[in-house]
Design a protein around this ligand. Structure first.
Ligand SMILES: [Zn+2]
Length: 596
């Protein structure tokens, strides 16, 4: 590092880029199944997606929905059995990953879901039915630049590697790898006034000094992130804001607040090409009914709102969020919680501009932020109060996590404190958790189990789609005059409007039936295009805000609707029933009867 005490300009730490050793990309894959015991770089991910599309042309298509800041294509995978109808005419489940650069588990889990859908088709009944009747849109890596930077350098960053909020590093501590071991860890510096001491339970662990603690002869420490101080004056130790501080999950157009009010929000909503591509891709696919957005870490199934009490959510939507989220808990062991009530980073502050809130409130679907992986849980620690736990883990829990590291990783997840002559601070010790693949993402050997667990939740949630079944009953009234009765039923769990909010805000079109007559025929009664309104799903049972016992009075048949046409003239008619999020069903008249 040249002139570490002075002000450096331009790319910070350029010499450290590509310093971190990761397995070299393999030669282009053939029929090999991905082994989920490592994290793929962008080129490998691209090759894998293309190879899967090539291998399963009737089920899988890959397209780019935009380009990142550095010009990488943002891949979206479309999965459905195209022989049973085009993707756009089926209810669709959307999965995305890696909005946050370092949360690379999200993209691997998305890839895992893609592979398992494709490999399971024709073997697994649930997968086969889902791909026949529905569509999956899977966008594995929304921040391809950020993920690449995270995977190939010692640095961590929140989203993309565009400098924000300032174009140059701010004065103060800029984290990085000063000792050249490939990791940006922590520094501890002896200081009699320090806030930290060494734990009596494990000499690697630093614990806060008690309020009244002043033991004669004891050694106390200051703790810093490993790095150098930009523009250091030899005395004042400032902590700079992150150089790459943009947080895409604060810049969706849901009650967006400016950066001064909420750090990371960026200059304006969707200012980044990646977040913009995300929203544009969804707006171009109105058949999406539900979303899982993959993040790490802490092991939780998060739901809206981030900024409002549950009471402000329509009864139906809150009940359904709880019902589906609780299924997720059954399948994963991760709690289903409201961000506002149980996941506030700061007690007195709430976040806005988050993707799941936008997806629920403006796009009109059920969206969960799935936070993968919990090291504490893996280590046998029970975490109740998430945010406080991760801000200030109890000593006992930290000891258990270190013991887990020794047991499961041979100690490799924690770098022992090692003396180092810091160019500004003098003698320090560098060490601490290698957080990238211990805390933030599962160590590679735990990755596949994590992907598998959350894929089960995705399939369960996908199975709640609204689903139309259509029947046309024909009766001859007199020679050449027919009575046609169309019966439409939603046999899915979710209503055709999906959320109550979407119906109230008219974010989703009502179910529509269209009759097309043969040459020479005419309508005696009825309209050729009919608005059937929305059809309830089985969620109506909980959606009234009250679920009665089995002997309650029952629900009206709001899940079904019918319509009668009287037609004069011979020849087959065509009927098309369209639900924006429930799919399109066509009866071609020659085979009048039931179709779904
Ligand atoms: Zn995240």
């Amino acid at each position: 590092m040249s002139n570490p005490g002075g002000t450096s300009r331009g790319n910070l730490w350029p010499e450290m880029v590509h310093n971190m050793r990761f397995p070299a990309p393999e030669s282009p894959r053939g029929d090999m199944k991905t082994s989920f015991d490592r994290y793929l770089l962008y080129e490998e991910l691209t090759q894998t997606l293309n190879a899967l599309a090539e291998k399963h042309p009737a089920l899988c298509r890959v397209e780019s929905v935009g380009r990142s800041v550095e010009g990488r294509e943002i891949w979206l995978t479309e999965l459905t059995n195209t022989q049973t109808g085009p993707a756009s005419e089926k209810p669709a489940f959307w999965v995305d990953g890696n909005t946050h650069a370092g949360e690379v588990t999200g993209s691997m889990a998305a890839l895992y879901l893609i592979e398992n859908l494709l490999e399971g088709y024709g073997h697994d009944d649930v997968v086969t039915r889902l791909l026949d009747e529905q569509t999956f849109y899977v966008l594995p890596r929304l921040s391809p630049d950020g993920a690449e930077y995270y995977l190939t350098t010692p640095h961590t960053l929140r989203s993309n590697p565009r400098p924000w909020p300032e174009p140059e590093p701010e004065p103060g501590l800029q984290p990085g790898d000063i000792d050249g071991d490939g990791h940006a860890l922590q520094m501890r510096v002896e200081d009699p006034n320090g806030e930290w001491r060494i734990s009596e339970g494990d000499e690697r662990l630093m614990v806060p000094r008690a309020p009244d603690e002043a033991e004669p002869g004891a050694t106390y420490y200051r703790l810093y992130k490993e790095g150098v101080f930009e523009n250091y004056d030899g005395f004042e130790k400032k902590i700079a804001r992150p150089f790459h501080g943009l947080d895409m999950n604060r810049q969706y157009p849901y009650r967006w607040r400016e950066d001064a009010d909420q750090g990371g929000a960026g200059p304006y909503p969707l200012s980044e090409p990646e977040s913009r591509a995300h929203v544009d891709a969804l707006l171009a696919r109105r058949n999406v009914f539900s979303i899982h957005s993959h993040h790490t870490f802490c092991g939780a199934i998060l739901r809206p709102y981030s900024d409002r009490d549950d009471k402000e959510m329509p009864d139906h939507d809150l009940a359904v969020y709880k019902a589906i989220g609780d299924r997720g808990t059954d399948l994963t062991g991760y709690p289903n919680i409201s961000v506002y009530h149980d996941f506030r980073y700061e007690e007195k502050k709430f976040i806005t501009g988050a993707f799941d809130d936008w997806a629920f409130d403006y796009y009109g679907v059920f969206a969960f932020t799935v936070e993968f992986w919990s090291l504490p849980q893996a280590a046998g620690v029970e975490v109740k109060d998430f945010i406080n736990f991760f801000r200030d883990p109890p000593e006992e829990a930290s000891l258990k996590m270190l013991a887990w590291n020794d047991r499961e990783l041979g100690g490799s997840g924690f770098s022992p404190w090692t003396p180092f002559d810091h160019p500004q601070l003098g003698r320090v010790e560098v060490g601490g958790w290698k957080t990238k693949f211990t805390h933030q993402n599962p160590p590679p050997k735990f990755l596949e189990a994590e992907c598998e667990k959350l894929a089960r939740f995705a399939l369960a949630h996908a199975s709640t789609a609204p689903h139309l079944e259509v029947e046309l009953r024909t009766e001859e009234l007199s020679p050449g005059v027919r009575r046609l009765e169309l019966r439409v039923e939603n046999t899915g769990y979710l209503p055709t409007n999906v959320t109550r909010l979407a119906a109230d805000k008219k974010l989703v079109k009502p179910v529509k039936a269209v009759l097309r007559l043969p040459e020479g025929a005419s309508l005696v009664s009825g309209e050729p295009e009919v608005d059937l309104g929305h059809l309830a799903g089985r969620s109506a049972l909980v959606g009234g805000g009250w679920k009665g016992p089995a002997f309650f009075q029952g629900l009206p048949s709001d899940h079904a609707e019918h319509y009668v046409w009287v037609v004069r003239g011979e020849g087959p008619v065509e009927v098309e029933v369209r639900g924006e999020k429930a799919g399109t069903v066509r009866l071609d008249g020659k085979a009048e009867g039931t179709r779904s």
